[in-house]
Design a protein around this ligand. Sequence first.
Ligand SMILES: *Cc1c(COP(=O)(O)O)cnc(C)c1O
Length: 398
Amino acid sequence: MTTDFAATKAQFHLPAGITYLDGNSLGPLPKTAAARVAQTVNAEWGEMLITGWNKAGWMDQPSRIGDRIARLIGAEPGHVVMGDTLSIKVYQALASCLDLNPTRRVILSDTGNFPSDLYMAQGLCQTLGQGYTLKTVAPEDVLATIDDTIAVTLITEVDYRTGRKHDMAAITAKAHAHGALTIWDLAHSAGALPVHLSRARADFAVGCTYKYLNSGPGGPAFIYIAPRHAATTRPALSGWLGHESPFAFDQTYRPGAGIERMRVGTPPILQLAALEAALDIWDQVDLNDLRQQSLTLTDQFIAGVEASCPTLRLVTPRDHAIRGSQVSFHHPEGYAIMQALIAHGVIGDFRAPDILRFGFTPLYIDKTDTAKAIAVLSRIMAENLWDNPAYKTRAKVT
Ligand SMILES: *Cc1c(COP(=O)(O)O)cnc(C)c1O
């Protein structure tokens, strides 16, 4: 398959006059999503009422869609399930891994990890007591820090601020050599680059769908368990839909088969309908083509910005082997510069304390968009257009 990125771009609603470099935070609307959701609302919810759980197949949606995600993350079919938010899935995966490795007490993560992952780990350690701790080291030091004390590594493959990519295969291999388990957070990997969970022998993985996968705000997360752990994992969040037989209404929890046990409660059917519309576009994409195009665009952006904006300092690795699908720059006035960019039709985002972040998403961003973003940023910097009080008031969401 050779991916036709002009064809995928045509399948998204992209507001006129906007260059959207924030699909790493919230993907745009697939054109068929509104009709797909409307059909679920009207023909299914409206007409079928509660019979939709069987007739429209709602109850099987989380694993059916999990299988479509599996292709994008190199997972075995039947080992990914949808539900809840990423933070919840991080907690669930962590609790399960600590349970599978009961003689160890240390969770290893890195200081570049997304705060919610770290907060969830801190909360779990407090709840468990008994000496459980979260250890964080610089991203570059993760590999060297893995030793026989580590129960589980909790690593986000691509750093949300810097765009630096960890070596999943190497970290997983070293963790296993030392008797540790691995959880990979794919928030900035799924739909951003090829992921090979099975080949890397990852133990658990989690990720969200509203970033690169374009499921819309509040879209559900996914969780993967390697087949070798699927029958022995205790799900920790033992909700009724992860029970072996939910409609037996037993008084006592018994885990469901394999990955089904990681389900918790009622799935978000309307959000899953929007995700299905997005996955119809993903079915047309070869992930190796995606990676090539992503590197072409991020190279183009780095070269163009460095040539025209000497005060912006590159954060993202130049080395393709350790670069995700975003480009970040430091600037002390990063917030105001980003507000000026947005006012001039180029949407990226700002991450404290001083990072301007731009996501590159080949499904709907091309070389022309990238050139336009470079030109607008160059003008804002050359003419100091950011130096305006209107651009310096912080909004709630940055
Ligand atoms: C975006 C992101 C989250 C967000 O979690 P939600 O529960 O979906 O809000 C968590 N972890 C990482 C690494 C992220 O990039």
